[in-house]
Design a protein around this ligand. Sequence first.
Ligand code: HEM
Length: 129
Amino acid sequence: MPVTLIAALTIHVLAGVFWAGTSFALARTGGPGGERLFRPQMGAALVTVVAGGYLWSTVHPPAGLLGVGAAAALVAAGVQGALGGRSIRRLRQGAISPAAAQTMIAIAQRVAAALLALAIISMVAARYV
Ligand code: HEM
């Protein structure tokens, strides 16, 4: 395996672990601290997707199961970005209470956590099916 591929896979998995791990934690705890983690999470999502895209274009894997995982990850990023981002924006504008923002962040994290679990299972299983 060429060194660039190893580096890309390492970056992909490291960023994915942070993204999914923080989503699982926030889903479990109900969203406190979600505001501070929003940018790092979105950054990790971007790195995961870009490195995943590079891996895809280099390895040319069979699309089936990996495609399901990649689609789930993209939807997870969309839900976190849209719902989480909107609630944080509205909280800063004073349009909603901190409790309401935390509820919306928790919903976004729970949906994303389920989708990211699906993404991880698909990514890990894809090599063997
Ligand atoms: C758009 C999103 C994604 C794309 C396009 C993508 C693409 C890929 C590709 C092409 C591989 C295969 C690399 C190889 O065969 O060497 C891979 C492996 C992997 N991906 Fe993703 N991925 C995405 C999201 C994620 C996410 C969100 C996670 C974790 C939260 C993740 C975790 C993994 C892991 C652990 C592997 C290694 C599997 C193994 O080598 O057994 N991926 N990904």
